[in-house]
Write a protein that binds this ligand. Structure first.
Ligand code: GLU
Length: 559
């Protein structure tokens, strides 16, 4: 077979050589040890929580080493592509503060464009480049076409292929496939010319020389030392529309773009043998690989399950709706990625997570467990350390979008709102009320409007409650310091036969009708509508005398 002739027949319009292409992608000038990583999503939907994992790792490894992190859109599967998904992906990643040095970006006109000299960064725009390498492989005798006649195409569309395969014995099917593959390899130039003249489409397959009995040692930076059986499958490089498969595009793109570390989901591990073969055939140096385990969750019965697309927590866009601050989600991811992150964070509470020395060796090679409780803990810690000003701005912005009426209340008097968020903030042990911005309303919405008023526990007599509230109003003076204020509450307790001291009460509860804690609760429910609320003295200070008195009086009237 004259392979050069075959290559010309199949790719008559390809005039450039791999050398021409290589010249367009000069080696990157980077410091020793700098890593070049990428995120390479297919625009088939939203960013999955699991997608933020390789992204964060790639970003950290690149930027920690003075390297480059870029975004490549893998849009070779038009059938699975979702309109607007690529733009959505870019915006979501931006929202999480993931910074790409180059790649696909959204231009001023709202459309995707390229930034950087190693593009195009959308695979759909790289067709001619793939064809240069495809032609080279054919010329080297390492790839061959498999034509489909129009009749065959029609027949293929007519039968339910899946049903057919199921009905057959699997082994028989495999053997038949192998035989068909070996026959297809024998195609002659005459047959090729005839097919081309008839306008029959072809797929380009690799000519595999591997022996699966032989194992290639391979080190994955997460999975460790592996033994990969050689590939013996003539897999497809170009589909019949000339579009490359993932395998082929991966090899060409990551080579040309200078990727040093490929970080991707472990679902690609079974394809590794194909990639090893491709890099060898193309004469490319292989990058290093990290295959990341799937994110797991616990189901109702406590069993580990894959965090699937439809699960709560999978879609990164849901986090915005739920009111999670991007910073909190990013930190949570760090705690999942590196077991020593939390310890570091405790020692360096004010440093951003990007200061943490992220280390591949500290990653677990089995699936991380996604858990909202843990995320909420991390989030509460972070928010508790934000300034009241920052929280005010972030909650207001969130509410304006997702709860406009509440957003308006918050924005009406920003100083008032900020005073509320300042409660219990700033000290060594700040309050941890908010995990999400959506928690703000149940926590402090009563300042604006005690919409729901908790019922007083039944064991208390209405008369006692009324007497306490009336007694409080009689002596209340907003100019009192906290201690003076509390002394007055104690006096009210004594007046109605309640203990003004918890020790005394605990020593002999039967001697009293109740305790100072109960009296405080009577007041708290009257003023905030809630059994649990932040420090009541401060709440009254912020609410103002008029509003405090109005609320207590209206409770008296209701009872
Ligand atoms: N487009 C591939 C995917 O979304 C990328 C895998 C890779 O990072 O190489 O799974």
């Amino acid at each position: 077979m004259d392979h050069a002739r075959l290559a010309d027949l199949l790719f008559p319009n390809v005039t450039r050589t791999p050398e021409d292409i290589e010249a367009l992608y000069p080696p990157r000038q980077l410091p020793e040890g700098a890593k070049v990583t990428r995120f390479a999503p297919s625009p088939t939907g939203f960013v999955h929580f699991g997608g933020l994992f390789p992204t964060t790792i790639g970003e950290r490894l690149a930027h920690q080493s003075g390297g480059v992190f870029y975004l490549r859109i893998e849009d070779t599967d038009a059938k699975r592509e979702v309109e607007g998904a690529a733009e959505g992906l870019i915006r979501t990643l931006e929202h999480y503060g993931i910074h790409f040095d180059e790649g696909a970006v959204i231009g001023e006109d709202g459309k995707i464009c390229d930034r950087g000299i190693y593009g195009p960064y959308r695979q759909s725009q790289r067709g001619p480049i793939y064809h240069v390498y495809a032609k080279q492989l054919v010329a080297l005798g390492k790839a061959y076409p498999v034509f489909t006649t129009k009749e065959e195409l029609e027949a293929m569309n007519a039968v339910d292929k899946k049903a057919e395969i199921k009905a057959k014995d699997w082994h028989e099917d495999q053997t038949a496939q192998r035989e068909a593959m070996l026959r297809a390899r024998e195609i002659t130039l005459e047959e090729v010319e005839k097919n081309l003249a008839e306008g029959n489409p072809f797929v380009l397959r690799i000519l595999a020389d591997g022996d699966p009995e032989k194992k290639v040692p391979f080190t994955d930076l997460i999975k460790g030392k592996l033994e990969i059986p050689e590939n013996d499958e003539d897999f497809v490089l170009l589909k019949s529309d000339g579009i490359p498969t993932y395998h082929f595009a991966h090899a060409v793109d990551d080579h040309l773009m200078g990727t040093t570390h490929v970080i991707r989901g472990e679902e690609w591990l079974p394809s590794l043998a194909k990639h090893i073969m491709l890099f060898r055939y193309l004469g490319f140096r292989m990058p290093k690989y990290m295959h990341i385990a799937q994110i797991m969750r616990l189901d109702e019965n406590g069993n580990k399950k894959k965090l699937s697309k439809r699960d709560m927590g999978a879609n990164m866009d849901d986090y915005s709706r739920m009111g999670y601050a991007p910073a909190c989600v990013c930190e949570y991811i760090m705690t999942l990625l590196n077991s020593n992150y939390e310890e570091w964070h405790m020692q360096n509470p004010d440093k951003p997570y990007t200061d943490f020395p992220f280390n591949i060796k500290k990653m677990s090679n089995s699936g991380c467990l996604f858990d909202f409780d843990k995320l909420n803990d991390v989030s509460k810690n972070i928010i508790s350390r934000m300034s009241a000003e920052e929280v005010t701005a972030l909650v207001t912005a969130w509410a304006k979008e997702y709860d406009p009426a509440f957003g308006e209340q918050l924005a009406r008097d920003p100083a008032f709102t900020q005073a509320i968020f300042a409660i219990g903030r700033g000290g060594k042990k700040p309050r941890k009320d908010l995990a999400t911005w959506a928690d703000a309303k149940p926590y402090m919405g009563f300042f604006f409007d005690p919409a729901q008023i908790d019922a007083y526990p039944e064991q208390f007599s209405i008369e006692d409650i009324k007497a306490a509230l009336v007694g409080f109003l009689r002596s209340y003076d907003p100019a009192d310091e906290m201690n003076a204020w509390f002394d007055k509450v104690k006096a009210v307790a004594r007046e109605i036969g309640y203990a003004d001291d918890m020790k005394a009460y605990k020593a002999d509860p039967s001697a009293f009708r109740g305790s100072i804690a109960d009296v405080s609760m009577f007041l708290r429910v009257a003023v905030t509508g809630k059994m649990n609320a932040p420090d009541l003295y401060t709440v009254m200070q912020i609410l103002s005398k008029d509003e405090t008195v109005r609320r207590v009086q209206s409770m008296i009237d209701r009872l």
